[in-house]
Write a protein that binds this ligand. Sequence first.
Ligand SMILES: Cc1ncc(COP(=O)(O)O)c(C=O)c1O
Length: 186
Amino acid sequence: MFYDKLYSENALNMRKSPIRELLRTADINKLISFAGGYPNPATFPIEDLKDIMRDVMDNEGTSVLQYAASEGNIKLRKILAERYTKEGLDITYENIIITTSSQQAIDLTTKVLINPGDIVLCGLPSYLGALQSFWSYQADIVGVRDFSDMEKVIKDVIAKGKKPKFIYTVPDFPESVGRDIIIKTA
Ligand SMILES: Cc1ncc(COP(=O)(O)O)c(C=O)c1O
């Protein structure tokens, strides 16, 4: 059976995952890889995670193992909303969804905002996993090496009759202070 004849355009547009390729080498004994953000397993808080898991199973086992709202556990969403309200954000738990890691958040944001051909401005160098999501939704990615060039790049894009959909930056940009930032521009 030749499945490749059945593949969707989306699947045909997918690129090989650079992260998967980087992590392949991380299995080689004694190699300390700085390429893929591979954490030192000695830092994994295994005992703390066991305690937390036991506590959750003892007290909420039946509800956490059951199907539930896609937005995530409501207690956790309320705790997070309270924390961010204390930090000055005007939000409620309804503004929060729980994702499986930041990669899913990047992917969902791209899915919701990007049509094929839409422009995404990316600080350079950029996080490979984010680029992978942008490619998979057929965004047109424009790299920006220096944040101070951003205004000029936006004007150039507009002069070509397009409008950047959002800007994505990573901690390599001093302005993005250690977190993924997606700035909506259109
Ligand atoms: C800048 C950046 N954003 C997001 C991620 C993905 O992190 P997560 O494990 O939360 O999906 C990584 C992982 O290396 C990263 O370096």
